[in-house]
Ligand binder design. Structure first.
Ligand code: ATP
Length: 359
């Protein structure tokens, strides 16, 4: 999918809305918005919560994370109508998974409001083929793709395109078991990687000094989680996969929560090297991925890390670490990803480098 990146205004004009004023941090009230507002508030920024319909009542329960102001739209698709007002308010939009998904990556990339991070990344992340080109050309190992089922030598996972939450994914222990798969749309057959899952929350700053250096800027690891996925996580209690297939029960991978994890310390170099190569390749391909991103992969028993997905913005698993994680506490106690985003805006502003972290 290629986006028409064309917003009505040039990047310079969009950023001009921030000249000489304290920016306002704005995001859609969902996903990791409490953390984003909380972090912005600590760093001294005013906040705007964009909501669909009336402001969500549960925000009243969290006074330290409630935005200063709400802007309401009838549906998410009406959000582009708010852009003039958001620019007048000096807003910087912070993208998160639900924001981009509900609005659609193309509509999001065309919003005429300064956005935290490089919006060009959306075109690479939302197209599985381009995502694979990017990661593999960065030297990262991904699960093998099978063009021809005859080549299958082990377990596979069959994924429908755009199947959110793994709806309809089909697991087969071997090539023969794939005979039971009757496709209902376009799909890919991927090696099912056996191992343990890690969702690693990184942050890349092109303007930071010190720390874990890349060619330009620094890479930070702010946390790590594992997703709770229904129904796959508990499916084994009902019997073997074969029995379940016969009864018509199918595995799904709908994220229902997150649990904190840490990686064996001796594997951290591998994680940093892979993340660093991905960032450096992103700079060559589309000018760089700025800010938070998540590497989602499986560590095998041979201690090989196979990445099945990258999320190029704040992920909901970071909500575990609003008051810091075992990793971010070693950078600065109490540093959440939401707060790190606000800190980046503050640093860029005082050094006159906003254009490097906003788009
Ligand atoms: P979402 O959009 O909800 O993040 P998705 O539909 O894009 O998910 P993936 O993120 O690719 O799907 O995979 C969903 C889940 O399936 C993963 O969290 C993981 O548990 C499992 N999974 C995906 N790929 C593999 C693989 N190659 N081997 C083993 N498990 C996998």
């Amino acid at each position: 999918m290629f986006f028409r990146m064309g917003t009505t205004l040039s990047a310079e004009t969009r950023l001009a809305s921030l000249n000489g004023r304290v920016p306002t941090i704005a995001t859609l009230c969902s996903h990791s918005s409490l953390q984003i507002f909380h972090g912005a508030r600590i760093e001294g920024f005013p906040t705007i919560g964009i909501c669909v319909g009336p402001p969500p009542k549960f925000y009243d329960a969290f006074p330290l994370a409630r935005p200063d102001e709400f802007l309401s739209v009838p549906t998410v698709k009406d959000l582009p109508q708010l852009t003039d007002q958001l620019r007048d308010d000096g807003a910087i939009l912070v993208p998160h998974g639900s924001f981009v998904e509900y609005l659609g990556p193309e509509a999001f990339s065309r919003l005429d409001v300064p956005v935290f991070g490089n919006r060009a990344v959306l075109g690479w992340e939302s197209d599985r083929r381009k995502e694979r080109d990017w990661l593999e050309s960065a030297g990262v190992t991904m699960p093998r793709l099978y063009e021809d089922p005859k080549e299958i030598t082990g377990p596979v996972i069959v994924k429908y395109y755009g199947a959110k939450g793994g709806k309809g994914f089909f697991l087969a222990k071997n090539r023969e078991a794939l005979d039971d798969f009757h496709p209902t749309g376009p799909y890919v057959i991927q090696e099912y990687v056996l191992g343990t899952r890690y969702y690693m929350h990184f942050f890349y700053s092109p303007i930071a000094e010190g720390g874990y250096r890349l060619r330009d800027g620094s890479l930070e690891l702010l946390g790590m989680d594992r997703r709770d996925e229904a129904n796959i996580d508990e499916l084994y209690k009902l019997g073997s996969a074969e029995e379940l297939h016969r009864t018509g029960l199918r595995p799904t991978f709908v994220v229902t929560g997150n649990v904190p994890v840490v990686l064996r310390e001796s594997l951290l170099p591998k994680a940093f090297e892979a993340a660093g190569r991905i960032v450096e390749r992103s700079i060559e391909l589309f000018g760089g991925m700025v800010g938070p991103f998540c590497l989602e992969g499986i560590m095998t028993e041979d201690l090989e890390f196979k990445v099945f997905e990258i999320s190029t913005r704040i992920v909901a698993g970071t909500n575990l670490f609003i008051s810091g994680s075992p990793y971010s506490d070693l950078i600065e106690p109490g540093l959440s990803t939401g707060r790190r985003i606000a800190r980046e805006v503050a640093h860029a502003r005082t050094t006159g480098r906003l254009a490097e972290v906003l788009s």
